[in-house]
Ligand binder design. Structure first.
Ligand SMILES: NC(=O)c1ccc[n+]([C@@H]2O[C@H](COP(=O)([O-])OP(=O)(O)OC[C@H]3O[C@@H](n4cnc5c(N)ncnc54)[C@H](OP(=O)(O)O)[C@@H]3O)[C@@H](O)[C@H]2O)c1
Length: 285
């Protein structure tokens, strides 16, 4: 049995749809905290198990009988996220899960600026020590984060973001999902770690130029605002300190070059070139 956590989320659902092309629905366990959020899969033959990352017992029930697990990283932040991911690993070990693919992040190092990198670093270590066989997907930023980073610039191309000249090897979430489905239905896991990236890196000045080309925005340009002004802006939008710190840490990590890395792993898992930023942006206009 193959299980996916966060199965109704963007990455989980996309992986589920690729998985259904590669294996029988009876082999799949979709783990969600609200079954209604996967109602379009009711009657599809997949097993829908309800569990909350906050509740160890529910995770143990959901993972009973599972051989292979896709552990999608938590969407919470800080200590809560660390505790949630730890519970999933402990539940998997207790239930005798043999193999786990975990969606980590690029550059999960001690020195990383990105707050989530420290959660991923901790979860990777727990999995390595657990005795389960593993594959780590150290994902770069999704294409789909671009509109989130640049906000109103989607309407005029004027990007205000504190990333300096930092570059990002953006990758398509859909491609990552397809690659995950290939791993989940592929050979025995080999305790391997992969940087999952697009084929090129882009600065936000490059993204602005793409918007100029694709959307025809004549004013398109990147302005490198100060990290402090960015953080204040986020607080002004109603984010709390932890959330604002999280998003600011993302920009800090880009500025520090922690996402400025490409690797052919994603292409290897897909057996074709990954989708590019250009194609993604074209699809939005
Ligand atoms: N590389 C990147 O650029 C990037 C960008 C964004 C996120 N991420 C990471 O990648 C993960 C997957 O991305 P995504 O786009 O699929 O995120 P998403 O759409 O926000 O999905 C998150 C999933 O986690 C589930 N979840 C949240 N809290 C839970 C809890 N307490 N118990 C059980 N399930 C819970 C959500 O369920 P509900 O619908 O019930 O909340 C949802 O299914 C994220 O969680 C985050 O760690 C990476």
């Amino acid at each position: 049995m193959i299980a996916i956590t966060g199965a109704n989320g963007n990455l989980g659902k996309a992986t589920l749809s690729f998985l259904l092309k590669k294996t029988q629905p009876e082999n799949i366990v979709a783990i969600v905290r609200d079954a209604d959020k996967l109602s379009d899969y009711a009657g599809s033959g997949i097993h829908i198990h309800v569990a909350d990352y906050e509740n160890q017992e529910s995770l143990e029930q959901a993972l009973t009988g599972v051989h292979r697990l896709l552990q999608i990283s938590a969407s919470a932040t800080g200590i809560r996220a660390m505790a949630q991911e730890t519970r999933v690993v402990h539940a998997a070990v207790k239930c005798g899960v043999k193999e786990v693919v975990y969606t980590s992040t690029l550059f999960p190092e001690e020195s990383a600026h990105f707050h989530a990198a420290h959660i991923c670093r901790n979860t990777e270590a727990l999995i390595r020590q657990s005795g389960m066989r593993y594959v780590f997907f150290r994902n770069s930023m999704y294409h789909e984060t671009i509109p989130l980073f640049i906000g109103e610039a989607m309407g005029d191309g004027r990007i205000f973001y504190p990333s300096g000249t930092g570059r990002v090897s953006f990758a398509s979430r859909k491609d990552i999902a397809e690659a995950l489905a290939n791993v989940l239905t592929g050979p025995a896991f080999d305790n391997s770690t992969h940087d999952i990236t697009g084929s090129e890196t882009f600065s936000f000045a490059d993204v602005a130029l793409k918007l100029k080309d694709i959307a025809g925005y004549q004013e398109a340009a990147h302005t490198d605002i100060s990290p402090e002004d960015y953080r204040k802006g986020l607080l002004g939008f109603g984010l709390d300190e932890e959330e604002a710190g999280f998003y600011a840490s993302m920009a800090d990590s880009i500025r520090a070059g922690e996402f400025d890395k490409t690797h052919p792993s994603l292409e290897g898992f897909l057996g074709r070139k990954p989708l590019g930023v250009q194609e993604y942006l074209r699809g939005l206009f």
